[in-house]
Write a protein of this length. Sequence first.
Length: 426
Amino acid sequence: MEESYPEFKIAIIGLGYVGLPLAIEFAKQYDVLGFDTNQHRIQELSSGADSTQEAIIADLQSVIAKGSLHLSGDTADLDQYNTFIVTVPTPIDQFKAPDLGPLLKASEMLGAILKKGDLVIYESTVYPGCTEEDCIPVLEKASGLKFNQDFFAGYSPERINPGDKVNTLVKIKKVTSGSTPAIADRVDQLYASIITAGTHKAPSIKVAEASKAIENAQRDVNISFINELALIFDRMGIDTNDVLDAAGTKWNFLKYKPGLVGGHCIGVDPYYLAHKAESLGYHPQVILSGRRVNDQMGEFVAGKVIKLLIGKGHDINDTNALILGITFKENCGDVRNSKVVDIYTELKEFGVKVDVYDPWANAAKVKKEYKIDMIKTIERSYDAIILAVAHQEFAELDFKLITKGETSVIYDTKAFLERSIVDARL
């Protein structure tokens, strides 16, 4: 039966942190169109540059040069392709509810050009049932075609780890699924051709969707437990990391660390799972309680810094603070859903003058997303320094040059700095 399918002509919809590495890898073996509605992004990639810092530039330039990766923002160019992989963002709105706007818009766009025999594969993180209940009806309506008769669908959740140069796309096992058994085989075959770590074919699209949702929800809940311990141990006057080091000597203790839980996955995906559960009449207790704990950590850090400043005799309205790092994780330029912003906002509300320095973050993106003007270099000393992200560059800073001596406060949210120089750690 496999022989009846045409060869893969792949179009990747969305060229961000997920779509670009995927497009490059497929273009090593297939004819690929990288599609994005952001014309600036198309121009940037066409020149061989990548502001997300996720692509191996030599690989990007190679597949463009040999003509296997084409870049476009023109929907007319999609007509030549038969396999569409959707990697657009799936954020949450201000009420913590799933925002399917980009996903449904991409589906409507594809529906307008969909042909008989075409295959649409979604990689964007969604709640179980979203592909078949929300996206497929949009494809059918826009195309006038019948699902699983005229066109088919698959789901293969993205597992990109931004900033990770070890666990790259091809080295992470890929979950695959399809709308029929034959299509599931076809989707699995496609990904197996580029993923050296192998694939796992899920029995249904809904199972594949659920697997992605719980991956990050599980990690979120585990971190929330450690964060809650940090809140408790702070009141006891003991260091959380000391406790974890001791507990970690047992072979089956899970070594999670306290911290700010942001980013586009862990800080978002649990809300998708909770949304689906609530639509079915079940109000999740553990998932949402974990989210509440993690969402308050930025406020806790800021409050702790204020208390430490007061303890050293500072008038808060006359203090200045430096936040080191605003990306959601170390050695990565991704600022999406950064919880460092919560520290910044809380300190500002107390009346502290706050500077933010991050050699990895794009200043224009930070300004657009959070209305924060970052400093380009550290040129003064501060009453308080908050190490928010463990970028490698921060290990090389001479803190004696940027603090005001014994009256300054250094707070380390990552247990990253030399312990002797910090006043407190998360």
